[in-house]
Ligand binder design. Structure first.
Ligand code: FAD
Ligand code: 3HM
Length: 363
């Protein structure tokens, strides 16, 4: 059995590796001229780490990722919650640069014999299992996967009913050197919120001894705070202790508004849509890539040993099994984004963390 996959992001690569592990051949088409990750840092919780273990990428990810000794939320200087991540009985959470995660998964894909084509953009697919490429090729497969991200061409071509939504806040993501912010509380993840003198937030995340990821939330309506290049004075007015890191940003960064994609169905015939193309979510729970990777692995498990004729039914069964958790996580993340409720502290013991506690299919 053979799969043609659009998009060499986390979802596309994990699906391809997991299919190869089950005896399929898999070719991944990436529109970019290079195989690389976009963005700054990323959080991977227990559920995502279990998927990485299952596809043979965990050791390379863990080697060079950061395990914070705690996760603190501070609002106008007051500690709102503290989580003992990475200690016995608590959630595992690794933070790292996106490139680090991507390189480890890409190496696993190469080891697994996944075929990779760059400069190969998809323009659509048909439910009978044909992937259409921008260069005119029409590739027939037993399974086509649209893993081409939030603006998915494969999804759009199928005209699957669904909805996209944008939010009132967005985020600037940067990686900078840690500089003097080392030792003691500076080794923790700290979610800094301020509502005075303006509404801003910096999720301060060490990614190693010298690397710091900052996810800087600003309302769309705040033109000065959402501007690139970042104005250190605007941000230091709320977070003076972070001034050295703010000054190190320079011209780096991009402002992205939070958004959600929801599809009525994740497949049409023998085409499956997975990852952000099917279920993009605001990053508030740091579960977008986690869910993308869980569902990509779950997809390979669902089609294992299935005959060509039974494939569309296997895709429906995959969605029935995986979707409730993704829907729950997406709506929890959307609620947190719409209400800015994370400013009250992380709801550590609540059901919004169901995905982190979940043991993914195939692990
Ligand atoms: P993508 O990563 O977008 O990959 C899609 C790939 O398809 C890309 O390589 C793209 O170039 C390619 N492509 C696009 N169009 C085509 C085409 N037509 N043909 C071929 N290829 C194409 N998730 C977490 O788990 N933890 C976090 O800490 C976290 N933080 C986040 C912070 C922010 C600010 C945001 C916005 C998201 C965050 N996420 C996080 C979510 C995470 O980034 C996404 O869920 C994840 O990248 C989805 O992976 P994907 O493979 O579905 O899509
Ligand atoms: C990792 C992470 N977590 C939360 C947010 C958010 O709430 O915007 C962003 C992130 O990168």
């Amino acid at each position: 059995m053979h799969a043609e996959i659009a998009g060499a992001g986390f979802a596309g690569l994990v699906a391809a590796i997991a299919l190869r592990q089950r005896g399929w051949t898999a070719r991944v088409h990436e529109i970019d001229t290079e195989l690389r990750a976009f963005g700054a840092g990323i959080f991977i919780w227990d559920n995502g780490l279990r998927v990485l273990q299952a596809i043979g990428a965990y050791d390379a990810v863990a080697d060079g990722a950061y395990a914070a000794p705690g996760y603190r939320t501070e609002r106008n200087g007051v500690c709102m919650s503290f989580g003992k991540v990475n200690s016995e009985g608590h959630f595992r959470l690794l933070t790292m640069s996106r490139q680090h995660l991507y390189s480890a998964i890409l190496a696993a894909a190469r080891r697994a014999g996944v075929e990779l084509e760059t400069n190969s953009g998809a323009i659509g697919a048909t439910p009978d299992g044909v992937l259409h490429l921008a260069d005119g090729r029409r590739l027939q497969a037993d399974l086509v996967i649209g893993a081409d991200g939030v603006r998915s061409a494969v999804r759009e071509s199928l005209a699957l009913p669904g909805a996209r939504k944008k939010y009132i806040d967005g985020i600037i993501r940067v990686l900078v050197p840690r500089g003097p912010l080392v030792g003691g509380r500076w080794d923790e993840v700290i979610d800094f919120w301020a509502f005075a003198p303006r509404t801003l937030r910096i999720l301060y995340t060490p990614c190693g001894t010298d690397s710091l990821y900052m996810a800087m939330m600003a309302p769309v309506a705040d033109a000065a705070a959402s501007a690139i290049p970042v104005d250190p004075d605007v941000w230091a007015s709320c977070f003076p202790d972070l001034r050295p890191a703010l000054e190190a940003i320079g011209t780096k960064g991009r402002y992205d508004v939070y958004e959600t994609t929801r599809l009525e169905r994740w497949s049409a015939g023998r085409v499956a849509i997975v990852g952000d193309s099917a279920h993009a979510m605001p990053p508030t729970l740091a579960q977008g890539a986690g869910c993308a990777m869980m569902n990509a692995l779950g997809l390979a498990v669902a089609v294992e040993g299935v005959s060509r004729n039974d494939l569309p039914a296997a895709l429906a069964a995959w969605e029935a099994r995986e979707r409730p958790l993704t829907d729950h996580t997406q709506s929890s993340a959307a609620h947190l984004a719409a209400t800015r409720a994370l400013a009250e502290g992380m709801p550590w013991d609540s059901d919004v963390f169901r995905a982190v506690r979940h043991v993914p299919t195939g692990t």
